[in-house]
Ligand binder design. Structure first.
Ligand code: ATP
Ligand code: MG
Length: 449
């Protein structure tokens, strides 16, 4: 008997039982499955990234006990189902692999690496109890769980995703992947999903020369690698659904948490968690923790609450305000509050971080028409308005205005506090005013819209 033939004696896939023992060689199975997939040896080599000579030698049982990554690639390229994968794993492991000894873990060959890619957790994480419960209460169904966290710039999507991922990491022994998709990053274009797949495959132990060129093949290999694994994947800062779709795992043991400034309503079977700004108590807690209790000890409670309200209870703004206060030992919280009352957007800037820059990135991702609507509504509509007013200030129809409002809602530049009532977050309104001051021609255009 050739080295890659095995004797199968117990309950096994029906195809194995029907198969005469003489045919149960790795080569025979590969030939049969390749024929079924209507592939030539050259095509199979191309799909797997293996050498044609390697494919030939495998099919002629000259090459025995191929590497685990090769088995995985062959299973993927030949579109084997789980029974066939099990069969391939048994046969490819050679005569010592009696079926009784097959470890279910090995029916889909294990990636060699267990990635631990989560960024450091936030030491001063506050609140979000309800959201953390929702994230940890997910139920494993017969497919991967996908949870999309959306919300305005700086509201704390990444902080929540990373914190939740750390809390949940022990449930995912096969690793945690983290990829920043740079949907809204200054001077960076959103990551091509093809590149994101390559990075994840590498992190899962697939060598570069085994990563297929075509995005569909990459996505298929990625799904195959994580199919029987328990892997937690965090995709941070997604631009839109198209960027995320090829990165969706399918296996029931996987949890994908994706963050985005855009509501990812076009993804099937996705649970959505829309983040709002912090409740007052949590906003004060974040500020106090960031500044240090000793620095706020003398501040009246009213000054603290007013300060975080001036920050719109937006975590990014609170953090920046706290960092500024900490860096100026002579300032009191009262002094910071006075400065925030004068011109809060220019106060809410420190080093590389600023509320203006964060909102600019959201603005830049809008189409020309959406930018115009944003400027006109932000400068001419009332504090809270309905669709009729939105249509009137733009001299357009109610139907069109409703669509435009939906588009701004979807990217969290607009809020809907009650059905069909709209308003801009205070900092967003300030951003629109600053935008019009910065570029007078845009102000002129806003006025003539
Ligand atoms: N619950 C929280 N506890 C402590 N810090 C927080 C919390 N939420 C957010 N932060 C801090 O606020 C800042 C902004 O948060 P984060 O970067 O998560 O926002 P984001 O919604 O992901 O923003 P973007 O849309 O730009 O990606 C960060 O410095 C983060 O550490
Ligand atoms: Mg983020």
């Amino acid at each position: 008997m050739n080295g890659n033939h095995v004797r199968l004696t117990t309950s096994l896939p029906t195809e194995v039982i029907r198969c005469p023992e003489a045919e149960l060689s790795l080569g025979a199975l590969l030939r049969r499955w390749r024929g079924r997939a209507l592939l030539t040896q050259e095509q199979l080599a191309q799909r797997t990234g293996l050498n044609v000579r390697t494919v030939r030698r495998l099919e002629h049982n000259v090459l025995q006990q191929p590497r685990i990554t090769s088995i995985l690639l062959l299973a993927e390229a030949l579109e084997l189902d789980s029974e066939e994968r099990a069969m391939l794993a048994v046969v490819a492991r050679g005569p010592s692999a009696s079926p009784e000894r097959v470890d279910p873990e090995e029916t889909c060959p294990a990636p060699v690496t267990v990635p631990r890619q989560l960024p450091a957790d936030i030491a001063a994480f506050v609140g979000r109890k309800h959201e953390l419960t929702a994230l940890s209460d997910y139920q494993n169904a017969n497919t991967a769980t996908v949870i999309a966290i959306d919300g305005m710039a700086g509201v704390g999507k990444t902080a929540l995703a990373v914190h939740a991922a750390h809390l949940l990491s022990s449930r995912f022994p096969n690793g945690q992947l983290f990829v920043n998709l740079h949907g809204h990053t200054r001077e960076m274009t959103p990551v091509d999903p093809r590149d994101a797949l390559a990075r994840m495959l590498r992190a899962l132990g697939i060598p570069d020369d085994r990563i297929p060129g075509h995005i569909d093949d990459r996505a298929a290999l990625y799904r195959s690698v994580v199919a029987d694994r328990e892997v937690l994947i965090v995709l941070d800062n997604a631009a839109d659904e198209d960027q995320v779709r090829p990165l969706l795992p399918a296996g029931p043991g996987c949890l994908l948490i994706v963050t985005s400034r855009r509501r990812l309503i076009g993804l099937d079977d996705t649970r959505t968690l829309s983040l709002d700004v912090l409740p007052l108590e949590e906003a004060v807690a974040l500020f106090t923790r960031m500044v240090g209790r000793e620095h706020v000890a003398d501040a009246p409670a009213g000054v603290l609450t007013e300060t975080v309200e001036r920050c719109g209870r937006l975590p990014l703004a609170i953090r920046i305000a706290a960092v500024r206060l900490r860096a100026r030992p002579t300032w009191s919280v009262r002094h910071l509050l006075d400065r925030l009352t004068d011109d809060r957007l220019s106060e809410l800037t420190t080093g590389r971080h600023s509320v203006t820059a964060a909102l600019d990135l959201s603005y830049q991702r809008l189409t020309e028409d959406q930018r115009r609507v944003y400027r006109v509504l932000g400068s001419q509509a009332g504090t809270e308005f309905g669709v009729d007013e939105a249509a009137a200030v733009q001299h357009t129809t109610v139907v069109r205005a409703r669509r435009q409002l939906d588009q701004l809602l979807d990217v969290h530049l607009l809020q809907e506090p009650a059905p069909c009532r709209y308003r801009f977050h205070d900092l967003v309104r300030d951003h629109i005013s600053a935008l019009l001051r910065r570029t007078p021609c845009e102000a002129a255009r806003a006025n003539t819209a």
